[in-house]
Design a protein around this ligand. Sequence first.
Ligand code: ZN
Length: 447
Amino acid sequence: MTNYHIDWQGVRDEATAILQNYIRINTTNPPGNEMEAARYLQGILHKEDIETVLYEPASNRANLMAVIAGQTREKPFILLNHMDVVPVEQDKWDLDPFGGIIKDGYLYGRGAIDMKAKGVAELMAMLLVKRYKLPLKRDVIFLATADEEVGGKLGVKWMLGKKPHLREAGCVLNEGGCILVKANGDLDHYEVATAQKVVAQFTLTARGRSGHGSMPHPDSATVKLIRALNRLVAWEPPITIIPLVKEYFARLAQVRPAQETQGYEDIEAALHDPSVARELTANAQYNAMIRNTVTPTMLKAGQKINVIPSAAQAAFDCRLLPGTSGDAFFTHLKDVIGDPEIELTPLPEFESTPIPPSPVDNELYTAIARVAERKDPGSVVTPFLITGATDSRFFREIGVPCYDFSPFRLHQEDHQLVHGHNERISLENLGFASEFIFDLVREVAAG
Ligand SMILES: [Zn+2]
């Protein structure tokens, strides 16, 4: 490979200045207001003579697409990032969340990890491709979107409807996984999410006869709802190990101490032992990776303490493993409740089609593993299942392979800053990610 003699310290300084300004543009969603941020990024790309198109899916909302064209018709490589951020509780922050302040080697601000720094690292890769005239065999597309934090309907989903070219992508790099570091600073492993669980939210409604609280009767909505909830809460969804989760545990066994990873080499076999199953499911994250989950989150009934209400309702946030059919799961829940009078109503977020994981033999996944090996010889790369949701689902559902990976070295505590107070990214991580993503573009798209 050509050695480009890039001044990486200079790249890091440039990325830092860009990220400071980017964080200062408040894109809290709701309402989003991504237009100003999109114009800012567009200005940087224009100075470099990179072609961009700005879309306005709704007033003051924006999606920005920049393309560096490749010489063949090979399917495009997309660098995906979202511009919006979640709200802050300003009084809980030690530094202004929209100040772009640097302290002790860290840049603080809402969106530092999720995901403005990653967006800037992707932007830097675009600038470097252009500056060093990297010959490309395929289009490299920088796609900065709106609305991810509120469901992505105006962002990725909207863009896929608008630009058929995006639907033909060969691979997409998005957010989600990272490089996990142990408490002592040593490398733990590289985590690349290849799938996520599917959202299946619904309400349960019981109806009955209203009346005075002093005279209870059997046709009570609240009593019927409580009985149904009892049955649902007592039900344990069966454990199902999908292949990528099996591989995840097997790879963890290679990096973690043996006493922590008993049976991880073949987790499916180990789970036949009830004590292993008990221990694994006690970990909320692992539990969510090995079964469908049924979580009651909202309860609603009654207006006054002495009135029996005529309706009572509970809302459930269910997350299904890739491959589970939402409709089949829903039918099964009705059997568990066993009361035809209880109404089950899927909410708009109910996704009934199963979305399969992206394959680990894809060129982008293997490129991540190769670059990881160069940066950290002997490191272990694991596929990963995200239990929440990212925009990747829109690409995966139309069959475009998508990999959720931000090349940031993060401690467990750094991870918890995502959506939390005092979110921050180290300048070292910002520089490292810029270099890593440029390397990925060279691996996947250089002609
Ligand atoms: Zn995000």
